[in-house]
Design a protein around this ligand. Structure first.
Ligand code: ADP
Ligand code: MG
Length: 233
C-alpha cells in the first residue's frame, strides 16, 4: 500500500484554500490495495511534484483527482466540489471546466489533426466558434506547435503527441493542471519547452500544478515534492 510522505491531519471543512482535498481515501483494484485511508490537501495556486517508483500509485492518484478513477471509499473534493456526488456526465463536464490533464498514456484522437484535438474540450463545452479558434490558437502558440496545426496526430511521434496533449490541457485555461510524467517521452529540447512553461509566471501564478515525475529538473522547480512509497507487490 502506498503512503504519501508529508501527510497532514484532516483540516476543517473546505474553506477555499485547497484545490484538491482527499479524505479517508482507500483505493483497491481487486485484492490489490493501492491507498488506504489517505489524507492529502493541495493548496490553491501551488506547484507540487510527486515522485515515486513505477507501480507505486502515482497515476491512480492523479486519476482520482481528475475523477477518472473513483476511490473505493472516502472522498475527493476538487475546488470545493465532492466528486463522489457527481454522475459520470457531471464529472466529465466539471473536469473539462476545471482540470487540464496531461495523461501518461495518450488519449488523443489519432484521426484528428493537432488543431482538432486541442479544440476538443471547448467543443465538448459548446464554446462558440470564434472563442474556440482564439483559445485553440493561443494554446498551440504557447506550446510552440502552431506549425503542426494541420498534422494528423496519428502520424506524429510520441513526444510530439505529448505536446499536443499539453496544449489540449491548457486550452480552457483551467485552474488546475495535472501532469502525469510529462517529460518522460520528450527529447531534451521539448522538455525545455515544458519546463519553460511550468517555470513561467503565467502558469505558476494562480494555477495549481500537480505533476508526477522522476525528472529532477521538475522537482527542482516545484514548491515541494512528495514521495510515494514502495511499488505495490
Ligand atoms: P504508477 O503511476 O506509480 O506507476 P499506478 O497508479 O499506475 O502506478 O499503479 C499502481 C498499482 O495499481 C500498480 O500495481 C498497478 O498495477 C495497479 N493498477 C493500476 N491501474 C490498475 C487497473 N486499472 N487495474 C488493476 N490494477 C491497476
Ligand atoms: Mg504512472
Amino acid at each position: 500500500m502506498a503512503q504519501l510522505a508529508e501527510q497532514r491531519p484532516v483540516p476543517p471543512a473546505g474553506d477555499g484554500r485547497f484545490s484538491v482535498e482527499v479524505k479517508h481515501v482507500s483505493k483497491s483494484y481487486g485484492e490489490k490495495e493501492v491507498y488506504a485511508d489517505l489524507h492529502f490537501q493541495l493548496l490553491r495556486g501551488t506547484f507540487v511534484a510527486l515522485a515515486g517508483p513505477i507501480g507505486s500509485g502515482k497515476t491512480t492518484l492523479i486519476n482520482m483527482f481528475a475523477g477518472i478513477e473513483r476511490p473505493t471509499s472516502g472522498s475527493v473534493t476538487v475546488m470545493g466540489r465532492d466528486l463522489s456526488t457527481m454522475s459520470d456526465d457531471q464529472l466529465a463536464s466539471f473536469r473539462a471546466r476545471t482540470i487540464g490533464l496531461v495523461p501518461q498514456s495518450q488519449t488523443l484522437i489519432p484521426e484528428l489533426t493537432t488543431y482538432e484535438n486541442v479544440e476538443l474540450p471547448l467543443r465538448f463545452l459548446k464554446v462558440d466558434r470564434d472563442t474556440r479558434r482564439k483559445k485553440t490558437e493561443a494554446a498551440m502558440e504557447k506550446i510552440g506547435i502552431r506549425e503542426d496545426a494541420n498534422k494528423t496526430v496519428g502520424t506524429m511521434s510520441v513526444g510530439e503527441k505529448q505536446m499536443v496533449s499539453f496544449a489540449r490541457a491548457l486550452v480552457n485555461d483551467p485552474p488546475i493542471l495535472l501532469l502525469d510524467e510529462p517529460t518522460e517521452a520528450l527529447d531534451p529540447l521539448m522538455a525545455e519547452v515544458v519546463l519553460g512553461i511550468l517555470r513561467g509566471d503565467n502558469m505558476t501564478d494562480g494555477r495549481t500544478i500537480f505533476v508526477t515525475t522522476h525528472d529532477k529538473r521538475i522537482t527542482d522547480l516545484a514548491r515541494r515534492t512528495l514521495r510515494v512509497g514502495k511499488k505495490i507487490p
